[in-house]
Design a protein around this ligand. Structure first.
Ligand code: 2BA
Length: 109
């Protein structure tokens, strides 16, 4: 058994959950926050048999599209005047960050 932990953009989460459940996988959705942007994202926990991991990864890749986003830095830079100035930065948002973790035991009690 493996646990697929996928951090995805909120915009992609509903579509992804729909496809995953349609394909008979089980999923738990967590509302999470990215450490860098301090913006909401979604973390999905998908427990799956080892031989089905690639199928799940293919679904995630298909649904979650990468997008460029201009955001205001959450870590303002101090100017020479001592005033803190937020600055816009471009980041690649979307796509998915996925961890595949070995599960010792899965027990439904
Ligand atoms: P955030 O930490 O809010 O990061 C959002 C996006 O900001 C990142 O997209 C990346 O493009 C950019 N970014 C992050 N840290 C940066 C830095 N130090 N300098 C410049 N740009 C930076 P992704 O890499 O696709 O990550 C999306 C979200 O996935 C992250 O949100 C975080 O919640 C999660 N994540 C990514 N890698 C992770 C990891 N190794 N461990 C745990 N969570 C991770």
């Amino acid at each position: 058994m493996k646990l697929v932990i996928a951090i995805v953009q909120d915009d992609d989460a509903s579509d992804l959950i729909e496809v995953i459940t349609d394909k008979d996988f089980r999923v738990t959705k967590l509302a999470t926050t990215g450490g860098f942007l301090k913006a909401g994202n979604t973390t999905l926990l998908i427990g799956v048999e080892k031989e089905k991991v690639d199928e799940v990864l293919a679904i995630i890749k298909d649904v979650c599209k990468s997008r460029k986003q201009i955001v205001t830095s959450p870590s303002p830079v101090a100017g020479s005047t001592g005033v803190y100035m937020p600055f816009p930065i471009e980041v690649d948002a979307g796509g998915a960050n996925v961890f595949v973790v070995d599960v010792d035991k899965y027990i439904k009690l």
